[in-house]
Design a protein around this ligand. Structure first.
Ligand SMILES: *Cc1c(COP(=O)(O)O)cnc(C)c1O
Length: 431
C-alpha cells in the first residue's frame, strides 16, 4: 500500500497511486513500509531485469499489475548499466546513460510508460502526458511514449534556453509527440503544465497525466540499478560500497536511500548538488529552506526546492536521524569546470557536468582520507553536454551511435507564447 506524505489521504494500491500522480491531499505517495531484504534474496539473479523483478515484487504484490511485473521490467530495464572501474583504487562509475536518450531518466520514464500502458482499457480516449522540461526529462519521456498507442506527449521547453542539440532532439520524435518551444523560462513551462493538469474542465476533454520526478512510476525502478550495483560489489568483495549520487529533485538519490533502508548492501550515501545549496545547508544542520533555483553548468540539477524532499523526510523519524544517515555537499561551477578538465587524466574517464559534481565530492572524500570503496553514479553521457565540455577539453566528444542516428532525423517544434489559453487550445484542438 501507498500512503500520502501529507497524511490526510487514504492509503491506495500501486495502480491507483501510479495513475493519480499526486495524492488528493496534495502529498506524494510513498510505500507504507519498506520491505526488509538481504543479498541472499537475489541469489541467481544476475541482470537488471531479474534483480528488478525480485526487488519490486513486494510493491506490486496484490495489485492488478502484479502479473505483469516481469514483463514491465523486461520492457524498461533491458539495458544493464556498466559498473566501470576508475583509475583510482576502489572506485567505480555506475553508467546509467546507455538507454535511448543517454540519461538515467530513460529507466524511470520507460517503466512508467510500461505500467501506464498496462492500465489502459480498450476504447479509452488517448491519455496526454504533459511534461515541462529543461532538457533530459522531456526527451526520456518522449522516447518512452513515442508511437505507443493510446498516448500523446506534449513537451514544453523554454525556447533558447536548452542547447541546440537538445532542442533538435525534442522536436525529432514527431507522430504522437509535440514539442512546444515556449517564449519564456523553465518556470513558465512548469506553470503551464501545472495549470493544465489542475484544469478540471480541460481534463474532461483531454485526459492528462504528468510524468515528472514525483511520479511513483519513475521512483520505484530507480532503486533497481543501485541495488544491482550494490549486489555486484557485495558479491565481489563481501562488503557494502558507499554511493555518491548527483542530485537535483532528489528522485534518483531517494531511490538509493530506500534500497539502503531495505537492508541491501549500501553503506554511506552522499548527495552531490551543484551551487543550489538547499540540501547541503539542511544536512549541515540548517533549516530546510526551499528557494528559487540558480542556473549552473549542471543544469538538470538546477533545483532550489527538491520535489522529493517530503518523501525523504517521511522515511526518517526526525531531522537528526536523517542527517545521521545521509550526507550532502555542493560543488560550484568553477569546481565542475576544473573536474571536467582533469577527470580523464586523473580518473581515466570523461563525465558529464552532473556526474562531475559527484566525482568532485569523491575527490574531496579521498583528500580527507576516506578510503571506502565508492560507486559514483553517472547520470548522463558527456556528449549530451558538448557545449559545456568541448570548450574545456578542446576536442569533440562522439555521441553514442543510436543517438547520432536519431538526431539525423528532421526536427519540428511549435512556437507557443507563455500563455495558458494558447496552450489549452492547442491541447483541445489536437486532431
Ligand atoms: C535529472 C538529472 C539529475 C538529477 O536527478 P534527480 O532525480 O532530479 O535528483 C542528475 N543528472 C542528470 C543528467 C539528470 O538528467
Amino acid at each position: 500500500m501507498f500512503i500520502s506524505t501529507a497524511g490526510r489521504a487514504d492509503a491506495v494500491g500501486l495502480a491507483a497511486a501510479l495513475s493519480a500522480g499526486l495524492a488528493p491531499d496534495g502529498g506524494l505517495y510513498l510505500p507504507a513500509s519498506l520491505p526488509r531484504m538481504q543479498p541472499a534474496d537475489f541469489d541467481g539473479a544476475d541482470n537488471l531485469v531479474a534483480i528488478g523483478t525480485r526487488l519490486l515484487a513486494p510493491y506490486f504484490d496484490g495489485d492488478p499489475l502484479a502479473d505483469s511485473l516481469e514483463a514491465i521490467c523486461a520492457d524498461a530495464l533491458a539495458v544493464d548499466p556498466p559498473l566501470t572501474p576508475l583509475a583510482d583504487h576502489g572506485a567505480w562509475l555506475l553508467e546509467l546513460f546507455h538507454g535511448p536518450t543517454a540519461a538515467f531518466k530513460d529507466y524511470g520514464a520507460r517503466f512508467l510508460a510500461a505500467c501506464l500502458a498496462r492500465l489502459r482499457h480498450a476504447g479509452d480516449p488517448p491519455l496526454t502526458i504533459v511534461v515541462a522540461t529543461s532538457g533530459d526529462t522531456g526527451a526520456a519521456v518522449a522516447a518512452a511514449f513515442h508511437a505507443q498507442p493510446g498516448f500523446r506527449v506534449a513537451i514544453l521547453y523554454p525556447e533558447g534556453r536548452v542547447s541546440p542539440r537538445q532542442a533538435h532532439h525534442l522536436g525529432a520524435f514527431g507522430g504522437n509527440v509535440r514539442a512546444f518551444a515556449v517564449a519564456g523560462t523553465f518556470d513558465d513551462c512548469q506553470r503551464l503544465a501545472k495549470q493544465a493538469l489542475a484544469d478540471r474542465e480541460l481534463a474532461r476533454k483531454v485526459p492528462m497525466t504528468s510524468a515528472n520526478s514525483i511520479s511513483l512510476g519513475r521512483l520505484l525502478p530507480q532503486m533497481t540499478y543501485h541495488v544491482a550495483a550494490a549486489l555486484r560489489h557485495w558479491r565481489g568483495t563481501g562488503s557494502a560500497a558507499d554511493f555518491i549520487v548527483p542530485t537535483g529533485n532528489l528522485g534518483n538519490a531517494l531511490a538509493a536511500i530506500m534500497a539502503c533502508l531495505s537492508g541491501l548492501p549500501i553503506a554511506d550515501i552522499a548527495l552531490a548538488t551543484n551551487a543550489n545549496r538547499t540540501l547541503p545547508e539542511f544536512f549541515a544542520g540548517g533549516d530546510y529552506t526551499p528557494r528559487d533555483a540558480i542556473a549552473t553548468l549542471a543544469n538538470a540539477m538546477d533545483v532550489g526546492a527538491p520535489s522529493n524532499f517530503a518523501r525523504l523526510a517521511a522515511l526518517f523519524p526526525d531531522a537528526a536521524a536523517l542527517r545521521d544517515a545521509v550526507f550532502a555537499e555542493a560543488v560550484d561551477d568553477d569546481e565542475i569546470r576544473a573536474t571536467l578538465r582533469t577527470c580523464r587524466e586523473r580518473h581515466g574517464k570523461l563525465v558529464c557536468p552532473h556526474t562531475a559534481t559527484a566525482l568532485r565530492v569523491f575527490e574531496r572524500r579521498r583528500e580527507r582520507g576516506i578510503a571506502h570503496d565508492t560507486i559514483i553514479v553517472a547520470t548522463a553521457h558527456p556528449a549530451k553536454f558538448e557545449s559545456v565540455i568541448e570548450p574545456l577539453i578542446g576536442e569533440p566528444i562522439p555521441l553514442p551511435p543510436d543517438l547520432t542516428a536519431f538526431l539525423a532525423r528532421p526536427s519540428r517544434h511549435e512556437q507557443l507564447a507563455a500563455d495558458y489559453a494558447a496552450f489549452s487550445r492547442a491541447l483541445v484542438e489536437w486532431g
